[in-house]
Design a protein around this ligand. Structure first.
Ligand code: ATP
Ligand code: MG
Length: 445
């Protein structure tokens, strides 16, 4: 800030950092506003990244911390409820603050000059825990439809209330969110899911109509009642499961939100009973498609869909050690902890009460015991591999994989059989018996 002053420029701390200071917390990241142009900023500092120089933003790197500096600007015409077509650099900080989204985001602080600017009374709104659009909310949301979702994200994250006229405007204009890029929507969704109580945000998104524009599958779960011990419809069950899942595990939160997304399309009434046969597979398929559509990385989509696919297990202390190993083999050891956490959240959300915590903790312990005992739970743990079997006379081909799977099942049941000689013997006998029943596969040699 001193460097800017010495060069004759203004520099204010703006955005979330000032908001957090007023809230009594620590700034997490630092956004600055200045009357210097991006070129002028670049001349004054050694390390400057032209983050969005066209829109007036550059990043200054200082002591390996990144600071975003944006030139005061007015936004050009908005044609389609998205970002402005062009921006215009201006010299007046007040005009810059007026183009921002909410009163709590339109304060500016220059600690060196001891200047605190709050032209839209953001400080008072923060003390009343209120989110309020600057000026006419209809105009602000028509300019940039993402602001509607930001309002709900901030309300969820900060546990604030959205002012009534602002909330009503979101309800009236929610359909316009469809014109916003899915990447920007995903970023807000991710932050809602990382909040203490994401369900608050999902209820607001459903009520205003925003949710229907990018996640209609979840809207379809509203009012879908369940049987048995379930206290909630599928929508409430899903969002309460997301609340219950660990906040620091984004994959499990997504899995909790989507684990029953296949229930509405699989609902059938049989003999007067409501059933959801095959909903786990359908939920997994839909989860994968939804997360790809929302531009999550493919690896995230696959991991979360995998958890959803396997969420329907019912552990009891009657499971044998072999059953525990079969469970590990089916799910994969890298997913077990997340899957158990998903199951815990799912069980909690049946009646918003603790259920199987102890038995799931016991299962986690038994999984750890099996893993530390070095018993085989995957093909690479076998005492033989494909090459050993080929050397022992079993030909290359599709049957080789089937033989290996059979060996894994065998040693999962009885770990003492996991030695090269024993497995080669079992493999030969199994191969010959399979040859007898699949004549088409007999090799010609
Ligand atoms: P956080 O960083 O915690 O998300 P923030 O308020 O700093 O909160 P940013 O997205 O970093 O949010 O944006 C910085 C500031 O830029 C905001 O406080 C707001 O003043 C302004 N701003 C950001 N996005 C918009 C938008 N879509 N419309 C209007 N102003 C915006
Ligand atoms: Mg910020």
């Amino acid at each position: 800030m001193t460097r800017f002053r010495q060069s004759g420029y203004e520099l204010f701390l703006v955005g979330g950092a000032v908001r957090n200071l007023v809230l009594g917390g620590e700034p997490v990241d630092f956004d600055f506003a200045t009357n210097a142009t991006p070129d002028q900023v670049a001349l004054a500092f050694r390390r400057v990244i032209p983050t969005g120089a066209k829109h007036g933003t550059v990043t200054i790197v200082h002591d390996s911390t990144h600071y975003e500096v944006t030139t005061y600007r007015a936004e050009g015409p908005y044609t389609d409820s998205r970002r402005p077509d062009r921006v215009e650099f201006i010299s007046d900080i007040f005009a810059d603050l007026a183009r921002r989204d909410f009163t709590m985001n339109s304060m500016a602080l220059d600690p060196l000059a001891d200047r605190f600017l709050d032209p839209h009374n953001g400080e008072a709104d923060i003390h009343n825990r209120l989110i309020r659009a600057i000026g006419d909310p209809h105009e602000r949301f028509s300019e940039d439809a993402l602001r509607m979702l930001r309002a709900i994200r901030f309300a969820t994250q900060l546990e604030f209330v959205i002012d009534a006229p602002t909330f009503a405007a979101i309800g009236a204009l929610s359909a316009r969110l469809a014109s916003v890029s899915l990447e920007r929507i995903r970023d807000e969704l991710t932050r809602i899911l990382a909040s203490r109580t994401p369900s608050q945000g999902f209820r607001m998104m459903a009520e205003t109509g925003l949710l229907a524009t990018f996640l209609p599958e979840l809207v379809a779960a509203i009012g879908v009642e369940q049987r048995g011990r379930h206290h909630f419809d599928v929508f409430e069950h899903s969002i309460i499961a997301a609340d219950a899942a660990r906040r620091d595990n984004p994959d499990v939160r997504l899995a909790a939100l989507l684990h029953d997304i296949g229930k509405p399309p699989t609902l059938e009434i049989r003999d007067g009973e409501r059933t959801f046969h095959g909903h786990d597979g359908e939920s997994a398929r839909m989860t994968d498609a939804i997360l790809r559509r929302l531009k999550y990385p493919n690896a995230v989509a696959s991991r979360v869909a995998h958890l959803v696919r396997h969420h329907m297990f019912h552990y009891t202390d009657e499971w044998t050690d072999a059953a525990v190993r079969r469970f590990i083999a089916r799910v994969g050891k890298e997913s077990i902890a997340d899957l158990i956490e998903l199951r815990r959240a799912d069980t909690y959300a049946v009646a918003a009460a603790r259920g199987h915590e102890q038995s799931l903790a016991a299962l986690l312990q038994r999984v750890a015991d099996q893993l530390s005992s070095d018993h085989a739970v995957s093909l690479k743990d076998l005492a033989v591999n494909g090459r050993t079997l080929i050397e022992a006379g079993i030909p290359k081909g599709p049957l080789l994989g089937v033989v290996l799977e059979h060996l894994l099942e065998t040693v999962i049941d009885d770990p003492s059989l996991n030695t090269p000689d024993t497995l080669v013997g079992i493999a030969r006998r199994f191969y010959e018996s399979r040859l007898a029943t699949t004549p088409a596969r007999i090799p010609t040699e």
